[in-house]
Design a protein around this ligand. Structure first.
Ligand SMILES: NC(=O)C1=CN([C@@H]2O[C@H](COP(=O)(O)OP(=O)(O)OC[C@H]3O[C@@H](n4cnc5c(N)ncnc54)[C@H](O)[C@@H]3O)[C@@H](O)[C@H]2O)C=CC1
Ligand SMILES: O=C(O)C1=N[C@H](C(=O)O)C[C@H](O)C1
Length: 259
């Protein structure tokens, strides 16, 4: 039996993630939900160059959420759309659907909604769903404990059109106990997919830990990993650190948002 997936978002990232899901042997892309009505009725698979039908595209404008989730049940929803989309899929939880949210930045209101969803079903939330970034985070925590007096700065680089400060960089700052307004440095140029660097400055040497996503397929592979992992989990709210079993250093991340 395959793991059936419903995708929220089919933009820059969602479309690449959808391609990875279609290529995966264990997963099946049941449908894609997006805001606009532009590609409604088409198959994501066809738009992505496959020669079979998979992942019918619907618009949230034209569905009745209650009936939709009943008639189009999926094992897991993967969300690469926008923070408010949670309002469109919270009904799915009552049918046992699990949630992987990759939204990089939630406000307090939507984060509370996500937490509430975790009381009904298994939810994994990660502002950076690549497997590699978790190594950067854990390595940074270890280094901070070894060299507590080092100056630490976080640099995040993304494509020109990314508006928000990187949710990953804010998470790294929280994990290292740094003031997000002072120690997160953002660069927006060209088409950089996503690069995060933590710099440790000591008097006579500098240590840099860098993670770079070279292709958005990295997010697809991470999301698929998270979806498979979540299938074995009871209701609750989980992190990618838990999914990749990297919470060995000390505690698991506790959710926080900006005031
Ligand atoms: N956690 C991670 O590792 C990553 C997270 N992201 C996050 O994913 C999100 C999407 O990023 P992009 O693909 O670059 O954006 P984009 O603007 O290219 O695409 C957004 C897509 O979501 C759809 N959408 C927006 N609101 C919706 C709603 N309420 N319901 C259904 N569909 C809706 C739009 O129609 C569009 O298809 C952002 O929050 C981004 O930061 C992106 C890459 C990696
Ligand atoms: O918007 C993106 O694209 C990305 N957002 C995430 C973030 O804000 O940290 C992660 C990733 O690097 C890409």
């Amino acid at each position: 039996m395959k793991i059936t997936i419903g995708m929220f978002g089919f933009g820059r990232t969602g479309s690449v993630v959808a391609k990875e899901i279609i290529k995966d042997e264990i997963c099946e892309l049941s449908w894609v939900l997006r805001k606009s009505t532009a590609m409604e009725g088409k198959y994501a698979s066809r738009l992505l160059g496959f020669d079979h039908n998979e992942g019918m595209i619907y618009s949230i404008e034209d569905i009745d959420s209650e009936a939709f989730y009943q008639d189009n049940h999926v094992d897991v929803i993967i969300d690469f759309s926008s923070a408010s989309a949670i309002e469109n899929y919270e009904q799915a939880a009552q049918y046992g659907t699990r949630i992987v949210s990759a939204i990089s930045k939630y406000d307090r209101f939507h984060l509370e909604q996500l937490k509430a969803l975790g009381k009904q079903t298994a939810v994994l939330y990660s502002p950076n769903i690549t497997l590699g970034i978790n190594f950067l985070i854990e390595a940074s925590k270890v280094l901070q404990r070894i060299a507590p007096h080092a100056d630490i700065e976080i640099i995040e680089e993304h494509f020109r059109d990314k508006r928000d400060v990187s949710g990953t960089a804010l998470r790294i700052a929280e994990d290292l106990g740094l003031d997000k307004r002072q120690h997160v440095n953002s660069i927006r140029v060209g088409g950089i997919v996503g690069k995060h660097e933590v710099i440790f400055g000591l008097p006579n040497q500098t240590i840099r830990i860098v993670h770079e996503s070279l292709n958005r397929a990295a997010f697809g592979q991470g999301a698929i990993y998270a979806a498979k992992w979540l299938m074995g989990k009871d209701k609750g709210i989980y992190t990618m650190e838990e999914a990749v079993a990297l919470n060995f250093v000390n505690n698991t991340h506790v959710f926080e948002v900006d005031e």
